[in-house]
Structure formats: C-alpha cells, structure tokens
Ligand binder design. Sequence first.
Ligand code: BG6
Length: 484
Amino acid sequence: TDYPRGFPADFMWGGASAAAQIEGAWNIDGKGLSGAECIVGGGQHNSTQDNVTLAELKAALANPSAQKYPKRHGNDFYHHYREDIRLMAKMGFRAFRFSISWSRIFPHGDDEHPNEAGLQFYDRILDELAKYDIEPVITLFHYDTPVALTMKYNGWASCRIVKAATRYTAVVLKHFGRRVKYWMTFNEINTGTTGFHATGAIDSDLTPNQQLQLRFQALHHQFVASALATKQLHEINPGAKMGCMVGRDQTYPATPNPDDALLAQKEDRLNLFYPDVQIRGEYPEYMNRYFAEHHIKIEMAPGDQELLRENTVDYLSFSYYTSRVSNSRPAKNDKKITVNMARGFNNPYLKGTPWGWLIDPKGLRVTLNEFWDRYRVPLFIVENGLGAADELTEDLQVHDDYRIEYLQNHIRQMKEAVADGVNLLGYLMWAPIDLVSFSTSEMAKRYGLVYVDLDNEGRGTMKRIPKDSFYWYRHVIAANGNEI
Ligand code: BG6
C-alpha cells in the first residue's frame, strides 16, 4: 500500500571524490608516489584505455613536476578541505565519499610502520565532516596503487601484494573503522581488465591474451584482498558496512535479433561478473567457461574460495555515467563508442557529452531495477555526473544549466526506481568540487558544483566559486528530492 515510495528521510544525498584527483600534496608529510600521480596530463594519455610502459613510469619517477603530472596537485584538497567541506555543508550534504591514499599511509606500500601524518590528515577530515553531521563514505583503493609496489611486485599481478594490501587495510580499519560506517574496497573493480590504472601492473610488452591472463589474475588478488578487508571491518565493527563498487554500463541489444540479445547478455555478464563474485561469494559458471575458452587459468591459494564465500559484501555501490550497445552484425560505418571500460556501438537515441559519453538517464532506472532484482542487497549510487568545459563569467559565475539538466534527469529516474521499490541508500554525485579528471588527467573536464580556478597547465589561484548547480542541488537536498 505504500507504493509508489518516495526517498526515505535518511537518504544520503551528497557527492564523491578520490584522493588522487583532489588531494595534491603528493610529496608532503611523508606521502609516497602512487601510479596515478605518474600519468601525464592535458588529455595526452587516457588512463583507462592506454597501457603504461616501464620507460614512462621510470621517467615519471625521475621527474618532480606536478604540472606535467596533474594528479600530484589535484585541486589541493589537502590544504582546502575545511573550505570544501564547509561548501558541502552549505549544500546540505548528508554524505561525502572520498578515498584514502594507500601511499599516504604506507609511502612504499609495505613500510614497516604507517605514516602517522597520513592517518592524522584523514582524522582531520573526519572531524570536519562530523562538525556538520556529514556521513563519511570511504573507498580503500581508488586507482592509486603505490608505485613502489609496481616496481617491486608488478602491482596486483603478484599474489605477494595481498599481504601488503591487507596490512594497509588492517591499519586503516583499526584506526577509522569504529568511526566510519560505510566503506567500499576497490573503486570500479570491473575496470581492471583494461589495465594499469586499476592493476598497478605494467603489461604493455605482453600479447593481448597474456594481458588478459595477467589482469584476471590481478583481479583475483583484488577479490581476495577485498574479502579480507570485509572480514577485518566486520571484526572491528560488526555494525559497519562494506560495499563492492562497480562501474555500471547498462547493456542494450542493438536490435531484437536474438543474436544481438545473446551477445548483449554475454557482454553484460562481463560487467556483472564482479558483483556476482563479491555479493554471491563465488565465481559464476559462465566465467569459468569464458576462462576456459580464452585459455585463462586463475591461480588460487588454498582457502581462497572459502574466503570469498564467507566474506561477501553488505551492499552494492556503483558509478553510472552511460550505457552501451551490443551489436552482433555491425555495419562498416557503425560508430564505436568507448567510455572508460564500456566499449560498444553508438546509440542513435542518445546524445553525448562534449567528451562523447552517451547520456542515458533512463538507463539508470533500468540498472537500479536490474541490480535490485538480481542481488536483493541495498544499492548505493556513488558516482554520477557531467564532465564539461565550464566558463567563468567576468562577474565570477558559472551558468551550468547543462549540468543541472543532466543531474536532474538522472535524479528523476532514480526517484522512479525508488518508487518501483528499489532499496537505495543514497546518491553521491561526481563531484562536489572541480577536480582532475581521471581518464584524461585534465582540469578542463569539470564535474563540480563548485568551480576551482585552476587550468590544465596548473595555473590558477585555487579559489572556489559556487556554480549555478550548487544552489540548485542545495534545493534538491532541502526538499529531500521531492521537488525535482
Ligand atoms: C569513474 C572514476 O570512472 O569516473 C572516477 O571512478 C572518474 O575516478 C570518473 O573521475 C569520471 O571520469 P573522468 O575520466 O571523466 O574523470
């Protein structure tokens, strides 16, 4: 009788970010370098698609420039967190997602002692959030494996990294686990098969098949580290919740041709496989067939399977930016689209962002319903937003009506999904304050509700300026999504 449902009173409205894209202070207070901080900027390199070579990494290690490697300066949240959190509070944020930088806690990934200054920085963030009653939501690994572990183990390709990762999570969860209720392990764990940004492994010299082998093996180590972190958290604080986090690309068949339908299902499973493991606790049969057909062999240590089975996650969080199309018989001139890990064909019913990401608000409703039907665990939207080239007017305003439209259309569809009965914990848009884009490492691709005076060359005052979308989102939250 209570349908259609509205947003619950404690719905977590807010925003999300990641350490390597905001913090800066890459060589301050004992921090070590992460892989993300070794990627050149200005859109020259696409981190989620291009391979990184050992030569490139060595060049980055020898080069102290934050201008060349923009994730070293981020938006300087390290020195602006008070102001930024105050701005979030002004919008009425109820939750803020950020990630902890592994190399800020363990500069080389596996140092003997944790870096106290690193722990204190996150203590200060939590104190600040507590002041305004903003719920922290923390990602343990957001695309920033310490580069020292790439050099030592080839990142997640080696099972030896699991021990180092588990020490890091043990220290972090012991320190913050009682204060923080919502956690997630690996950001978009399903993008690992596209390369270095997620695996922290150099594999540019391998054949495509050897790369797949390495990346799925690296993924297995992440599944194990994730299950161990889930176990650690539940031991420290039984009331705390650990989530898995995937980049969701809703998949459509290009036509009603059963061949397209089958292909769409097959390709969609390459996206669903990850939450299948982390929520259901085992590798699904369809992936075992996929591995056999691709000559991939996953090495498992004794006990891994039990570990995965016994330490499933409490909720499913995901990013949503776009959908994809599976086409079994593409014509020569059918346009291909690549967004992060989503590779598919153009959808003539959708328009793209200036960066070519297809905008599909209804796909968010489809995703929410499908996820809820499939898993029956609480869902959490922890990323959704629009990257655009905003313009600052002379009187210091940003009229980003296109961003308002984007967010509004997605929130409307999310509202419909909640009315359909989906159990949704919250909506964290990407991102409250302009930050360095992950894939293209540029400032020009802005996501914020607040403008940051900083350009692609690293020039600017870092001044924060609320955009029109800032005031719009404040109203959405104040009305608990009822006036959208
Ligand atoms: C997600 C990532 O894939 O998309 C974020 O988790 C990223 O780190 C976001 O910033 C938007 O992508 P981009 O490449 O435009 O910054």
